[in-house]
Ligand binder design. Structure first.
Ligand code: PGA
Length: 240
């Protein structure tokens, strides 16, 4: 399966840097040898239409970082999945640990967001992962199993899962290949469809991407910090 490499800009990036970033991604994708992976770029919501325009004609897909459970209505500040699709998004990240923490998002809410995304024609990237304290207490599999069973709608097959241990996000710490493999293996058993792609996320860099993407059970990576420089993001994609 072609690996899926997702850039999560989080709340970073400005208008001024967007054309150069997009041009570099586009040039790499359209070059004769191309990029041996499927790319998704998830900038902050205000940049989505600009990114859609800048990436036109490029196989890299556009994604959002969150969406609401309803398509329209009185929900100040929220993002309609239907509108995200309309401005060119094909993916949306839901249940990222930063949203679970900063906005108290529950598994039930993440589940509803994933279902709404699917209904709008978007492919949800549903994030799960244990905290440092849960890991230290030996509860990794128990926590991730609960998140997968409750956050992934049972009738959904067109979804992507991202295993992102919270303690590995932005810290430089990465689980061992054995740990990634055993959690990914277990996740597959809890999914409504074991064929759903399972990505790894947390401190993925050009230096460790080859080893992580080389693992049989890793269908791609979700990249935060290292995606902000286009050449680093492309180096990760080329490691696929
Ligand atoms: P990181 O973030 O690559 O900066 O660790 C990954 C993520 O949160 O998706």
């Amino acid at each position: 399966m072609t690996k899926l490499i997702v850039a999560n800009w989080k709340m970073n990036g400005r208008v001024a840097g967007l054309p150069g970033y997009a041009a570099e991604i586009k040039a790499a994708c359209l070059a004769e040898r191309g990029v041996p992976a499927d790319l998704v770029v998830c900038p902050p919501a205000p940049l989505l239409p600009l990114m859609a325009e800048a990436l036109a004609g490029c196989p890299a897909a556009l994604g959002a970082q969150d969406c609401h459970v309803h398509m329209t209505g009185a929900h100040t500040g929220d993002l309609s999945p239907a509108l995200l699709a309309e401005v060119g998004c094909r993916y949306v990240i839901v249940g990222h640990s930063e949203r679970r923490q900063d906005h108290h998002e529950t598994d039930a809410l993440v589940n509803a967001k994933a279902a709404a995304a699917h209904a709008a024609g978007l492919r949800p990237i549903i994030c799960v992962g244990e905290t440092a304290a849960e890991r230290a207490a030996g509860r990794t599999l128990e926590v991730v199993e609960r998140q997968v069973r409750l956050s992934v709608p049972r009738d959904l097959t067109e979804a992507v899962i991202a295993y992102e241990p919270v303690w590995a996000i932005g810290t430089g710490a990465v689980p061992t290949p054995q740990d990634i493999t055993s959690v990914h293996d277990a996740i597959r058993g809890w999914l409504p469809d074991p064929a759903m792609p399972v990505l790894y996320g947390g401190s993925v860099k050009p230096t460790n991407a080859g080893a992580i993407l080389g693992l049989a059970d890793v269908d791609g990576v979700l990249v935060g910090g290292a995606c902000l420089v286009a050449s680093d993001f492309l180096a990760i994609a080329r490691a696929a």
